[in-house]
Design a binder for this molecule. Sequence first.
Ligand SMILES: Cc1cc2nc3c(=O)[nH]c(=O)nc-3n(C[C@H](O)[C@H](O)[C@H](O)COP(=O)(O)OP(=O)(O)OC[C@H]3O[C@@H](n4cnc5c(N)ncnc54)[C@H](O)[C@@H]3O)c2cc1C
Length: 413
Amino acid sequence: MTDAATSPNETYVIVGAGHAAGQLAASLRQEGFEGKIVLVGEEAQLPYQRPPLSKKYLSGEFGLERVYFKPPDFYDAAKVETRLATRVTRIDRDAKTLTLESGDTLGYNKLALTTGSRVRKLPILGADLAGTHYLRTVDDVDGMRSGFEPGKSLVIIGGGYIGLEVAAVATSHGLKVTVLEMESRVLKRVTSPELSGFFEEVHCTRGVEIKCKTAIAAFESGSDGKLAFAVTADGEKIPADIALLGVGILPNTELAAEAGLEAQNGVRVDEFCRTADPDIFAAGDCTDHPSALYDRRIRLESVHNALEQAKTAAAAMCGNLKAYDQVPWFWSDQYDLKLQIAGLSTGYDTVVQRGDPATNKFALFYLKDSVLIAVDAVNAAPEYMMGRRLIGDRAIIAPERLSDTSISMKEMV
Ligand SMILES: Cc1cc2nc3c(=O)[nH]c(=O)nc-3n(C[C@H](O)[C@H](O)[C@H](O)COP(=O)(O)OP(=O)(O)OC[C@H]3O[C@@H](n4cnc5c(N)ncnc54)[C@H](O)[C@@H]3O)c2cc1C
């Protein structure tokens, strides 16, 4: 039995009510914690999954009940007190209290920060016109979906995963979509020119217009005061009934930083999700954590990271140290394509293609100094699954073997 299981009078507070928070609450009970758990979240909803927001929730295939992280009755059953629509504004580490926006205070014995991230806002003229949207929350999608009518023009700023997923849903709904990307290609921040080129072609074939090396300068309204044009830095005016700004996120670190915890590119934690304060832990998008696999500190924006760090943090809060050392993985759904990504390709020196992109089923393997560091797999589950395992093993595999489809992925091991 852990220390925490013998502390039924203690209160553990979780700040944030996203993926990491929901998992952390469940994991604290699994670890045997019998005390009080309070989950405080700024949004009005119980913890929900964000990935469907740019996919099946946006398309209307999923209702809200399908995106909840746990069924609503889980929280009562697990004796987790939820305080929603409640923002925490301050941590007093000496008094071990939190200040809420209402001015009330809440005491804690141990605290978990799962404050996630927020969208990066573009400070340009017209960005607040009716018809312009960001996408992070259920409320954001609910606000945007009503404009999703066939024949309308949607301009997406930013050719990252979220922008391209929304482009796929919108095009399938009969909207005319233009993507403006400042860089020389879409997905430049996260992947290789080969994968970017594949997705650019996929979207162009479906009628999406992608304009790279094109920065947005402003949005202009029509005579009704609503959005009418996206204006590029070159002065081009693109008709727009709706616009989505998808230009990245910023980790929510202010609460930790103002309490004197180190938080530059995320709240700094060790491999057990511990901050420098022995009673404060952090998990998910908001953390800057060590990666033994890549031998550097990283910050990830992924569901898998949020879930696994939450388990690590809950265990550590209960005095049970289990190091977090996972191969990062992500996914993106666009049209009938499932992209699965394992590892981080940053710094690769060799890319190996396996399969033919023309068949919409292929994988790109990334090597650095002959070691496999990442894989992008399109409709190619075995390449993703085995690739992930091989990345974790720091495998050295000859490029000609990886590209040879007559050798099965199982035989690569
Ligand atoms: C549209 C979209 C699609 C995505 N698709 C994928 C995908 O396909 N695959 C994938 O792996 N990942 C995807 N992601 C990323 C993934 O959803 C995030 O990595 C994950 O949600 C992180 O979970 P989290 O709990 O760390 O943070 P969050 O989900 O950001 O939750 C943090 C919560 O804390 C709250 N909060 C912040 N500060 C305070 C405060 N002071 N007081 C109270 N509450 C506070 C926030 O309001 C928020 O509700 C997607 C994200 C989005 C937005």
